[in-house]
Ligand binder design. Structure first.
Ligand SMILES: [Zn+2]
Length: 284
């Protein structure tokens, strides 16, 4: 009787072990997922990890576009409410001068202080230093950027003709990388993950996107300029852009851990693409 009880006891103990094993196994991945989610959310809150586009979306989160303007994909202004963001046949490019440079005239609001101006000019210089684009104070030119601290960080796509507002709110948009991002829109570039070939390089996690923001992830019929996909483009959305629940909305593939986006300024490939689009090497 006693030995039977002991045997039964051992049997129950083994059985309970067996039952706890699969339970343990099923909780572990969940815990891992939770940890990963928490880490993702922590990352977005970590100031050092924020990309230029993350910062733009924070500033623009309550943006109400000025009358007659719609803002698409987070920060691209358009006067056409429904048309695709595009620059067909490169009609929106700034003209190249006979000396091989592309001069982009601008005026800057007197509301900016010295530090603001230095930040914005650094964004310009980071583009000029590696390309044939030169941002120059406007004298008499018909088409020019009117840089103003309006509400939000946004720009039109390419040259629209005449005066075109490029908004860099202060202090929210006062990062040189944010300024360079908006200048690249003004030069005709859309966001990197809007590229026509993006599905080879990133997975869009549709279920994690705020339902009313899904339109911001549309692909565009882009001219990819024979350039590789650039995860480190200053034009790339961050990993959590328009996230509904703190989960990632963009995951690089095949390696999900490739860092995406940054805030320092144009990447080497961003500059390369400007040089190709504007045919910068032609006069060399
Ligand atoms: Zn943008």
């Amino acid at each position: 009787m006693c030995s039977t009880m002991i045997f039964l006891g051992i049997f129950v103990a083994v059985l309970s072990q067996v039952y706890t094993l699969p339970l343990k196994n099923t909780t572990e991945p969940n815990e891992g997922k939770m940890r990963m989610k928490r880490k993702y959310s922590d990352e977005i809150k970590d100031w050092d990890e924020m990309t230029a586009m993350d910062q733009i979306l924070v500033v623009n989160s309550r943006l109400r576009a000025p009358r007659g303007i719609t803002v698409r994909d987070g920060d691209i202004a358009s006067t056409f409410p429904r048309s695709a963001i595009s620059c067909p046949g490169n009609t929106c490019l700034w003209q190249k001068s006979v000396d091989g440079f592309v001069y982009v005239p601008y005026i800057m609001s007197p509301l900016y202080d010295d530090m603001d101006r230095i930040t914005i000019e650094t964004g310009m210089q980071d583009i000029s230093a590696g390309t044939c684009i030169k941002f120059v104070p406007r004298t008499h030119e018909v088409s020019f950027l009117d840089i103003q601290p309006r509400y939000g960080c946004w720009s039109f796509l390419g040259q629209t003709g005449g005066s075109q507002t490029l908004s860099l709110q202060t202090p929210g948009c006062m990062w040189s990388g944010v300024a360079a991002h908006e200048f690249m829109h003004a030069l005709g570039f859309v966001h990197e993950q809007s590229r026509s070939d993006r599905d080879h390089y990133v997975t869009i996690v549709w279920k994690n996107i705020m339902p009313d923001q899904i339109h911001n992830f549309r692909k565009q019929a882009t001219n990819n300029l024979n350039s590789p996909y650039d995860y480190s483009s200053v034009m790339h959305y961050g990993r959590y852009a328009f996230s509904d629940d703190g989960g990632p909305t963009i995951i690089p593939r095949p390696d999900p851990y490739i860092p995406i986006g940054q805030r320092d300024g144009p990447s080497a490939l961003d500059l390369h693409k400007i040089n190709v689009l504007y045919d910068c090497g032609a006069n060399e």
